[in-house]
Write a protein that binds this ligand. Structure first.
Ligand code: ADP
Ligand code: MG
Length: 338
């Protein structure tokens, strides 16, 4: 039997990522929209005003615009046009799409191929957002893998081309983080000083919720959605988590999740969760996926080689690993695992 765990489920869980307000907290304006396959929440401390309402509406609108540009689920997105033209001509695209692809290529290189946006043909075979299981047959997987090739992504100033027919880009590992950064940018440009943008666990902050305390981030237990593994204060940072519990199905009691090893097209089995802290959400998002695929040793090695990046990983045997600075995050608290 195959059981699909739908996004609706994770959305509820995502609420637990942030610890609840305590009595005495200042009032918070909290708005949510369903965007990029998840529930996006924008919180602004203090009473709601016309100005903060307009700012959050504009921030949501910016995320919706980016989704319309970068989604593979929308046949009329810029990304879909690039994919439809694979093997053919260059497609003119927006600067934001170029930026995301460039950054994805860079993280792909720095992670020795753990991140691969050209994995689209393989991602499609898994049907993680529709009907699910059984896992794709070896033959179709092998066929799709021949079309996975980061070196086949050609970028010019305002256009992109995929060299070979059948190639397909999927920006699922990085676009959400990028959109969170842009939402934060819109809020800041509208004079908002303190805010939190949380897209299902990929989040970034402005300022703090009150003079006394910073935004508090709790990391969800990968197997007990109501429990937290760790918590810390977020100030001037972004956080992203990739986990095998976010999008998966069970087939004959085996868990098949959506974080794939580019070389094999199969779910990466080394970790069950990777949480990354970085200066912006796009990097945190891309790195969370890359580190998840790399596993504990190589993942932490990559994190240690980067400035202003910290990480926490939980491996399949239940071991928790931290980068040197993770436990030094302000207000860090480890609740324990398992
Ligand atoms: P989520 O979308 O749940 O936050 P991620 O940011 O880790 O999770 O992105 C996972 C998505 O990225 C998958 O759903 C798939 O579309 C794509 N993907 C999966 N494996 C890889 C990979 N190794 N490199 C690049 N993209 C990947
Ligand atoms: Mg990611």
């Amino acid at each position: 039997m195959t059981v699909l765990f739908r996004p609706a489920l994770f959305i509820l869980f995502a609420f637990f990522l942030l610890s609840a307000c305590k009595p005495g907290d200042r009032p918070q304006e909290k708005r949510t929209r369903f965007l990029m396959g998840t529930l996006v929440e924008i919180s602004i401390p203090g009473p709601a005003t016309a100005r903060t309402e307009e700012a959050s509406n504009l921030a949501f609108a910016e995320m919706a615009r980016l989704e319309q540009m970068m989604s593979t689920h929308r046949p009329d997105s810029e990304l879909s046009r690039v994919n439809d033209n694979a093997g053919g001509s260059f497609t003119p695209v927006s600067p934001e799409l170029i930026e995301v692809v460039r950054r994805g290529l860079e993280w792909g290189e720095r992670s020795q191929g753990a991140l691969a946006m050209s994995l689209g043909p393989v991602v499609d075979l898994w049907h993680f957002d529709g009907e699910s299981g059984p896992p794709p047959a070896g033959e179709s997987l092998a066929q799709a893998l021949t079309r996975v090739d980061e070196s086949g992504i050609e970028i010019r100033e305002q256009e992109i081309r995929l060299k070979r027919p059948g190639m397909k880009l999927d920006l699922g590992a990085i676009a959400k983080g990028f959109a969170v950064d842009r939402a934060i940018g819109v809020l800041a440009s509208r004079g908002v000083k303190n805010a939190l943008v949380n897209a299902g666990g990929d989040l970034s902050v402005l300022g703090r919720p009150s003079a006394e305390k910073a935004w508090r981030v709790g990391l969800q237990h990968p197997r007990k959605p109501e429990a937290l593994v760790a918590a810390f204060d977020a100030e001037g940072i972004a956080v992203a988590t990739s986990g095998d519990y976010q999008r998966y199905f069970l087939h004959e009691d085996v868990r098949y999740h959506h974080l794939l090893v580019p070389a094999t097209g199969l779910p990466s089995r080394k970790l069950i969760s990777a949480t990354l802290v970085a200066k912006n959400a796009a990097d945190a998002d891309a790195l969370a996926t890359a580190v998840f695929v790399l596993g504990r040793e190589k993942g932490l090695e990559l994190i240690e080689s980067l400035k202003n990046v910290e990480g926490m990983v939980i491996d399949a045997s239940g071991e928790v690993g931290f980068s040197t600075g993770f436990k030094k995050l302000p207000g860090f608290e480890f609740r324990g695992y398992p």
